[in-house]
Every structure is written in C-alpha cells, then in structure tokens.
Design a protein around this ligand. Structure first.
Ligand code: HEC
Ligand code: HEC
Ligand code: HEC
Ligand code: HEC
Ligand code: HEC
Ligand code: HEC
Ligand code: HEC
Ligand code: HEC
Ligand code: HEC
Length: 438
C-alpha cells in the first residue's frame, strides 16, 4: 500500500466521522446546521431584493402575459429567441409608453410616446429609431450596420412606400415584429435558406401581386436553378439566394448593364472576360441583360457544350447568322472543343484497354486529368467570345491527350509483342521437335 492511498483512506474515514457527528448526534452539530441554513436564507432574500431593484419594472409584460389571445402572443414570441429580448430590450423600448405604471391608460399613454401598431408607412422610422442611431446600436455591437433604413428607401419597396403603397415589403414583412432572431440564426426569416420563402410570401402570390405589372414566377424559377440546388440540397451557402443578387435592404433589380457585376461577385473570371469582350458594349446598347441573355436570371441551369457552336441549342445562333464573324467564331470554338473531347476519349479508350489487359498505364491516365482541366478552362474562356483564346487553353490539353493516346498505343503494341513471344517459342519447339521426331 503506498503513501497516497493511506492518506486517502485516512481522509475518507475523517469525513465519515464528521458526517456521523453532524447528522446523528450532538447538539453542537445541530446548531451549526441551522446556523448555516439561516445564513443561506438571508443571503437568498438579500440577493432577491438586489435583483428586483436592479431589474426595471415591466408592467407591459406583466399585464400582457396575463391576457389571453393575440394580446399575449408578443410576450410568448419575445421569449422564443428574440434578439431584442436577449439584449435586455422589451415592449416599451419599441412601443414607448411607461412600463413603471400598472394602470393601463397610464402605461399605454400616447403622451409618453406610446405607439400601439405603427402604420406600414411609419415602420422604417419605428425600427430606424434605434437601427439608424449609430451611437445607440454600437453600444451593443460596434460592427453592426446602421444603414438599413437609408438603404431601404433606395429600394423599389421603399420608393413605393413613400408614394403610399402599403403592399410593399417593410422591415416587419421580412423580419417579423416579435421573435426577431439574429440574422445568422438558422431559424431567422432572413437566414440564407429561408430568404427565398420570405420573399415568396408576396412575390410568388399571384393574387397579392395582381395589381403589379411584374411576373410572380421568380420563386418557382429560382427553386429549379442550379443555385437553389447547391443551397438547398448541398447546403452550400456560397450559392446565391434572392438577396445576394438584389441586395438586403436596397432590393432593386440590378439593371441590364450591371448584371455582370452582380454575377461577378462570385463568377469573377467569366465576368472579367465578358466585360472585356465585344459583347459588353453591344449588349448594353441593345438592352440585352449581360449574363442573363444566355443563362437567364432566376432559372439558371447547368450549362452544356450544346450551348456553344451552330447547333439548334446554341445560344450564339439566336443572334448570329451564317457568314458573320460571331457565327464563324461560334463554329470554330465548337470545333476546337470537339477535337479536344474526341482526343481525350480516344486516349482514355486505349488506356482503359491497356489497363484491362494488365499493362501499367497509371501515369498516362493520371496525366490525362490535366487535359480535362484545360477543357474546364476552355468553358470559362468561352466568355471572351474569341476562338484564339479558347484555342490557347485547349492546346496544352490536346498535346497531353495525344501523348496519352501514344502511351496507350505503345502499351498495346508492347502487349502484342509479349503475346507474340511465347508463340514464337512454342512454334520453335514444334519446329525442333519436327526434326527430332524425324
Ligand atoms: C394592466 C394591463 C396592461 C398594461 C400594464 C399594458 N397593457 Fe397593453 N394592452 C392592455 C389591454 C387590455 C389591451 C387591449 C386594449 C384594446 O383592445 O383596446 C392592450 C393593448 C396593447 C397593444 C395593442 C394595441 C392595438 O391597438 O392593437 C399594444 C401594442 C400594447 N398594449 C403594448 C403595451 C405596452 C408597450 C405596455 C407597457 C408600456 C403595455 N401595453 C402595458 C393591457 C395592458
Ligand atoms: C422590436 C420591436 C418590438 C418589440 C420589442 C415589441 N413589439 Fe409589439 N409590435 C411591434 C411592431 C412593429 C408591431 C406592428 C406589427 C405589424 O404591423 O405587423 C407590433 C404590434 C404589437 C401588437 C398588436 C398586434 C396585433 O396583431 O394587432 C401588440 C399587442 C404588441 N405589439 C404588443 C407587444 C408587447 C406586449 C411587447 C412586449 C412583450 C411587444 N409588443 C414588443 C414591434 C415590437
Ligand atoms: C425585403 C426584405 C427586407 C426588408 C424590407 C428589410 N430587411 Fe433587414 N435584412 C434582410 C435580409 C435579407 C438581411 C440580411 C441577412 C444576411 O445578412 O444574410 C437583413 C439584415 C438586417 C439586419 C442585420 C444587419 C445588416 O444590415 O445586415 C438588420 C439590423 C436589419 N436587417 C434591419 C432592418 C430594418 C430596420 C429594416 C427596415 C428599415 C429592414 N431590415 C428591412 C431583409 C430585409
Ligand atoms: C429600442 C431599439 C430597437 C428598436 C426599436 C428595434 N431594434 Fe432591432 N435591434 C436592436 C438592438 C440593440 C439589436 C442588437 C444589435 C446587435 O447586437 O448586433 C437589434 C437587432 C436586430 C436584428 C438582428 C441583427 C443581427 O445582426 O443579427 C434585426 C434583424 C432587427 N434588430 C430588426 C429590427 C426590426 C425589424 C425592428 C422594427 C420592428 C427593430 N429591430 C427595432 C435595437 C432595436
Ligand atoms: C410584403 C410583400 C413583399 C415581400 C415580403 C417582398 N416584396 Fe418585393 N415587392 C413587393 C411589391 C408589392 C413590389 C412592387 C412591385 C412592382 O415593382 O411593381 C415589390 C418589388 C420588388 C422588386 C422590384 C421589382 C421591379 O422590377 O419593379 C424587387 C427586386 C423585389 N421586390 C425583391 C424582393 C426580395 C428580394 C424580397 C425578399 C428579400 C422581397 N422583394 C420581399 C412586395 C414584397
Ligand atoms: C442569381 C441572381 C438572382 C437571384 C438569386 C434572384 N434574382 Fe431576381 N433578378 C435577377 C436579375 C438579373 C433580374 C433582372 C434584371 C433586369 O432585367 O433588369 C431579376 C429580376 C427580379 C424581379 C423583377 C421582376 C422580374 O421577374 O423580372 C423580381 C421581383 C425579382 N427578381 C425577385 C427575386 C426573388 C423574390 C428572388 C428569390 C426567390 C430572386 N429574385 C432571386 C437576379 C436574381
Ligand atoms: C453569391 C454567389 C453567386 C452569385 C451572385 C451568382 N452565382 Fe452562379 N453559382 C454560384 C455557385 C456557388 C455555383 C455552384 C458552384 C459552381 O458550379 O460554380 C454557381 C453556379 C452557376 C452556374 C452553373 C455552373 C456549373 O458549372 O454548373 C451558372 C451558369 C451560374 N452560376 C451563373 C450565374 C449567373 C448568370 C449569375 C448572375 C445572374 C450568378 N451565377 C450569380 C455562386 C453565385
Ligand atoms: C453569349 C452567351 C453567354 C453569355 C453572355 C454568358 N455566358 Fe456563361 N456560358 C455560355 C456558354 C456557351 C457556356 C459553356 C457551356 C459549356 O460548354 O459547358 C457558359 C458557361 C458558363 C458557366 C459554367 C462554366 C463552366 O466552368 O462550365 C458559368 C458559371 C457562366 N457561364 C457564367 C456566366 C456569367 C457570370 C456571365 C456574365 C458575366 C456569362 N456566363 C455570360 C454562354 C454565355
Ligand atoms: C443576344 C445576341 C447575341 C448572342 C446570344 C451572341 N452574340 Fe455575339 N454579338 C452580338 C452582337 C449584336 C455583336 C456585334 C455585331 C456583330 O459583330 O455581329 C456580336 C459580336 C460578336 C463577335 C465579334 C464580331 C466582330 O465583328 O468582331 C463575336 C466573335 C461574337 N459575337 C461571338 C459570339 C458567340 C461565340 C456567341 C455564342 C456563345 C455569341 N456571339 C452570342 C450579339 C450576340
């Protein structure tokens, strides 16, 4: 038995003895116990008093939580993850009034700034009272923006609200009024995977939008897009939803001439190539929406090689006619790409055959991946609408494909040679035997 264990044994026996002493016998022990109890109770009372005096009286919550139906709903909603509640704000901070009064008419007194239900036209100012006040907001979070109200009035929503249209979105249409969560909370109405549904409440509602000239298909189309697939099926938050293309507060269609900038936030290479291409000035002058002329805006699909060239599904032939430079370029780009694809598939075919026959061609197969990269590059370079540019990136890939094909051919002829060798031995054996047997 080592010293540590001895010590532990002694210590536990000591504790045991103390316990027996305190609970089972001896008036002294009882005195200590009640003494402790009185002390604890006193401490509890003291801290409760301190807490009560530190916490502001909130007659709004007190009274409304007693009520039934819609009048108590805000109280319940505020309890469910509301960011204002979590920052110590309550009813009175938004609605005004006097939360120290129990009498309803004194508590909800408009002379004390009480606002029951702000009209749509006043909501931006109602929320902006704090959110446009940098001094106030920065106390809670120095990084928080304070331009929502200002931005909002630059949007189509804000401009129409000013003209008296109360059907447009205001702060509460997108954020709600009670139970507002932080924007990074997955349950927030403006979290990336919820934004489209929030906008769709109005924009996908044919009845609601019937007095406006714009379509109401944005949501359905968006949901069919490659972007929505990435966001909803693969949970890839780098894919855009409505506000990434339209802005959060300044929601406006980007306008024909700046679409490439909008898409270019993420597709930087395609955008840069397009901006430098012969299409930039002519598309803008003809009011053709830059990228969306070929890809659409809401229902953007996975592009395919049939979009280039002079076939029926080519985007080029919708504007270019046989003989013009665009048509020729389209045809040439397609020819270059087809040549690359054919070379690649020939190389892969022969390498696969060689591999199945047991030949070692893994290096050549590995190298062939680089030729795929040049194809990927070419699909980006299409946006220069310049066949020489596409050819430049295809060339190294084509060389690799040709080399790989050659490696495959070499492997196959090596295989042919190996197969031949035993046959030569065999036949020489028979040839020799024919001598001996004779
Ligand atoms: C003693 C009870 C009581 C207190 C205190 C009280 N309210 Fe009310 N409140 C009511 C009742 C009852 C109604 C419904 C009145 C009605 O229907 O006209 C109401 C209505 C409201 C409404 C909705 C008005 C509308 O027209 O829809 C708001 C908003 C509201 N209260 C906010 C507050 C705020 C903010 C405070 C604190 C500053 C507060 N209340 C304090 C009882 C109270
Ligand atoms: C973040 C600001 C904010 C806070 C905090 C807040 N409210 Fe409101 N409340 C609003 C807004 C904005 C409206 C109007 C909503 C609308 O028009 O859709 C509203 C509407 C109401 C209504 C009318 C609901 C109706 O359907 O007629 C009641 C009642 C109400 N609030 C009570 C409360 C009570 C009680 C609290 C505290 C528990 C509270 N509010 C906290 C912003 C707030
Ligand atoms: C058309 C819908 C819409 C309207 C209207 C709207 N918001 Fe937002 N709001 C959003 C979206 C979307 C986000 C961004 C979420 C994110 O960052 O992913 C956001 C973010 C915010 C944020 C977080 C900080 C920031 O700026 O990103 C605050 C605060 C905010 N909104 C307040 C307001 C206020 C106040 C109003 C009214 C003046 C308002 N919002 C109007 C959709 C809206
Ligand atoms: C009494 C002041 C006040 C009023 C009025 C107010 N807010 Fe806030 N709001 C705040 C504060 C403080 C925060 C927390 C800021 C932070 O910590 O980043 C906040 C946070 C938010 C956030 C989350 C921001 C984020 O970055 O996650 C949203 C969204 C928001 N408010 C929307 C609204 C809307 C909509 C209204 C009007 C219905 C409103 N607020 C009215 C003070 C207010
Ligand atoms: C409360 C309903 C409502 C909500 C929610 C709403 N909108 Fe709107 N929006 C409208 C109405 C109404 C118009 C005016 C239609 C028009 O422009 O003629 C409009 C106009 C627009 C326009 C301008 C269209 C044009 O070309 O004139 C854009 C862009 C837009 N909204 C985007 C959004 C986005 C993005 C969201 C979500 C983040 C959203 N809206 C949420 C009702 C709403
Ligand atoms: C990938 C970017 C992108 C996404 C995501 C996106 N939009 Fe758009 N949206 C555009 C472009 C670009 C236009 C057209 C601009 C033009 O023609 O001037 C547009 C136009 C609009 C318009 C004007 C009416 C129309 O249909 O032409 C509305 C309203 C609108 N979008 C709402 C939405 C809503 C709601 C969502 C989400 C469900 C959404 N958008 C998602 C890029 C986008
Ligand atoms: C917020 C970033 C973002 C914005 C803005 C954006 N995209 Fe995308 N886009 C993505 C992501 C992420 C993917 C999926 C990953 C990928 O394939 O690049 C994607 C995929 C695509 C694809 C399919 C590419 C493929 O190989 O499958 C096309 C085409 C496309 N976007 C076009 C556009 C156009 C046109 C716009 C503007 C109207 C736009 N995007 C705006 C991020 C964005
Ligand atoms: C004149 C028609 C046209 C225009 C304008 C256009 N594209 Fe493309 N885009 C294509 C074609 C064709 C392809 C290639 C399809 C293929 O071969 O797979 C393509 C492919 C893409 C791809 C997928 C690239 C890949 O690696 O497979 C993205 C992303 C893309 N375009 C984004 C954009 C963006 C962003 C803009 C605006 C800056 C734009 N496009 C403008 C025709 C166009
Ligand atoms: C929306 C119509 C439109 C589409 C789609 C389109 N183009 Fe063009 N393109 C034009 C216009 C207009 C011009 C300028 C007038 C001209 O030279 O024909 C032009 C010019 C060009 C030029 C420069 C011609 C010169 O004279 O220097 C080339 C190259 C070109 N396009 C290639 C293509 C290719 C490749 C595609 C398909 C990927 C394509 N275009 C799709 C409208 C279009």
């Amino acid at each position: 038995m080592n010293q540590q264990k001895v010590d532990r044994d002694l210590r536990s026996r000591e504790i045991e003895a103390q316990r027996n002493n305190r609970y089972s016998s001896g008036a002294g022990a009882i005195r200590t116990f009640t003494g402790n109890k009185i002390f604890i109770v006193a401490l509890l009372v003291l801290s409760l008093v301190a807490l009560a005096s530190a916490q502001k009286k909130d007659s709004c919550t007190d009274c409304h939580s007693q009520m039934e139906g819609p009048m108590s709903v805000p109280v319940q909603q505020l309890m469910k993850g509301d960011i204002h509640k979590s920052r110590g704000l309550s009813c009175v901070d938004c609605h005004g009034g006097d939360a120290t009064q129990d009498d309803p008419s004194r508590a909800m007194d408009s002379r004390k700034g009480f606002v029951a239900k702000p009209k749509a036209a006043n909501i931006p100012m109602f929320c902006g009272k704090c959110h446009s006040n940098a001094e106030f907001i920065k106390k809670f979070n120095p990084a928080q923006r304070v331009d929502q109200e200002k931005e909002y009035f630059t949007s189509v929503h804000g401009k129409l609200l000013k003209t008296g249209d109360a059907n447009v979105a205001t702060c509460v249409s997108c954020h709600g009024s009670h139970g507002i969560r932080g924007v990074n909370d997955p349950q927030s109405s403006v979290f990336a995977s919820n934004v489209a549904e929030t906008c769709a409440k109005c924009h996908a509602n044919a009845d609601y939008m019937k007095n406006y000239k714009i379509p109401h298909d944005q949501y359905d189309k968006y949901k069919s897009s490659v972007h929505a697939k990435m966001l909803y099926e693969r949970q890839d938050r780098s894919a855009p939803t409505c506000n990434d293309c339209h802005g959060n507060h300044g929601a406006t269609p980007p306008g024909i001439a700046s679409v490439a900038n909008v898409c270019g936030q993420c597709h930087t290479r395609q955008s840069a190539l397009f901006q430098a291409s012969p299409h930039k000035p002519v598309f803008d002058a003809m009011q053709n929406g830059e990228c969306i002329q070929c890809h659409n805006n809401h229902d953007i699909m996975q592009p395919g090689d049939e979009m280039i060239g002079i076939g029926p599904k080519s985007t080029c032939v919708s504007c270019h006619n046989e003989g013009d430079k665009g048509f020729q370029t389209a045809a040439r780009i397609k020819t270059i790409m087809d040549e690359m694809i054919a070379a690649n598939s020939r190389a892969l075919g022969i390498l696969n055959r060689a591999e199945q026959s047991g030949m070692e061609v893994s290096k050549a197969k590995f190298d062939l991946n680089d030729s795929k990269d040049s194809m990927t590059n070419a699909r980006v370079l299409i946006h220069s609408f310049n066949a020489d540019e596409v050819e430049k990136v295809i060339k190294p890939g084509l060389e690799i494909a040709k080399k790989s094909e050659k490696a495959g051919e070499d492997a196959m002829s090596e295989l042919g040679f190996r197969k031949k060798r035993p046959r030569v031995l065999f036949s020489s054996f028979f040839w020799l035997r024919s001598f001996t047997s004779n």
